[in-house]
Design a protein around this ligand. Structure first.
Ligand code: BDR
Ligand code: CA
Length: 301
């Protein structure tokens, strides 16, 4: 599967990137970065660190430093100052390519014979910028997997999930683009926790496991049951849709006021309106997801 992954690493993004870069089912054509968990210069450095850690040549392009309209607010309190605290990576040797994320998406898409799957694990600002600039590229997209939103409740505010909260105007553009979109939201990601035992096992597996375990141990998104590895569920769903339950729905985005960033999900839209604009994940077999993720890490260097 040809993939472009757009992310804001970010500790759970680092897990998602590690899995997608090492799983032979995916051909990652491009990694693009966006401001989110930390500033875009930091998320870009983190993407380069991961590509170098795995000795790969995957191009990295720098994306948006600001949301379309809303002021930028980071999540360094969750992911640490660098965005990937907890593991000391060697000094970075490579650089991002010269194109912006939108230009790089366009180049990959026009050059690709096959359709490309988009995996979005940060805010959707790069999607919005690319879509405005190159709407003719839409036909080259197979589908979009976007971590974000929820049917019920947020993690940034009581209404809003972080990625949608970061750039609600971009989320609105994503949902109106007419592409097949799967929203991988908090309804499942907050059930997909890993605990201390899981981390110890991963740490003992190999150098990738050691690195990822060190990062997760510094991840401040901590709950009674452990740490939610939100972004890795995009890849989990691509590999194993049978782990998840889904529903076709209508999603709209609140772009102002106290509920800014809320995903308003009409689960009755197919029945009452005869139209839907997204598939949302509604439930997960968390034990199978955890085992799968451990197995993915076991296969890494
Ligand atoms: C999302 O917010 C970010 O902090 C995580 O990386 C994930 O993409 C979860 O709400
Ligand atoms: Ca993320």
């Amino acid at each position: 599967m040809n993939v472009i992954i757009d992310s804001d690493p970010g500790i759970d993004d680092a897990v998602a990137l590690s899995v997608i870069l090492n799983n032979p089912a995916f051909h990652v054509k491009l990694i693009t970065t966006v401001a989110g968990n930390v500033t875009v210069d930091k998320t870009t450095k983190n993407a380069l660190r991961l590509v170098e850690f795995f000795n790969m040549q995957t191009p990295v392009a720098t994306g948006a430093s600001q949301p379309l309209i809303k002021a930028f607010e980071d999540a360094a309190r969750i992911h640490g100052e660098s965005g990937m605290e907890g593991y000391i990576f060697p000094a970075i040797q490579s650089s991002p390519i010269k194109q912006t994320a939108a230009e790089a998406w366009h180049n990959v898409l026009v050059q690709s014979d096959e359709k490309v799957t988009l995996v979005l694990t940060g805010s959707y600002t790069n999607f919005a910028l690319w879509f405005r600039q190159y709407p003719q590229d839409l036909a080259k997209i197979d589908r979009v997997l976007a971590m974000g939103g929820s049917i019920c409740g947020g993690n940034m505010t009581s209404a809003a999930e972080f990625n949608v909260f970061t750039d609600p105007d971009a989320a609105k553009i994503l949902l109106s683009a007419g592409l097949p979109i799967t929203m991988v939201g908090l309804d499942v990601t907050l059930k997909a926790m890993v605990n201390q035992d899981w981390i110890h096992q991963v740490s003992a597996m190999n150098r990738s496991g050691k690195m990822l375990a060190a990062l997760i141990s510094h991840y401040n998104d901590i709950h009674a049951e452990g740490w939610p590895i939100h972004d890795a569920n995009t890849i989990g769903y691509l590999c194993h849709p049978e782990f998840y339950q889904t529903k076709d729905v209508w999603v709209d985005i609140v772009t102002e006021g106290p509920a800014i960033g809320e995903t308003v999900v009409d689960i009755r839209a197919a029945y009452h309106q005869g139209r839907t604009n997204a598939t949302v994940l509604t439930d997960i077999d968390a034990a199978r997801f955890r085992d799968w993720l451990q197995d993915q890490i076991a296969k890494m260097p």
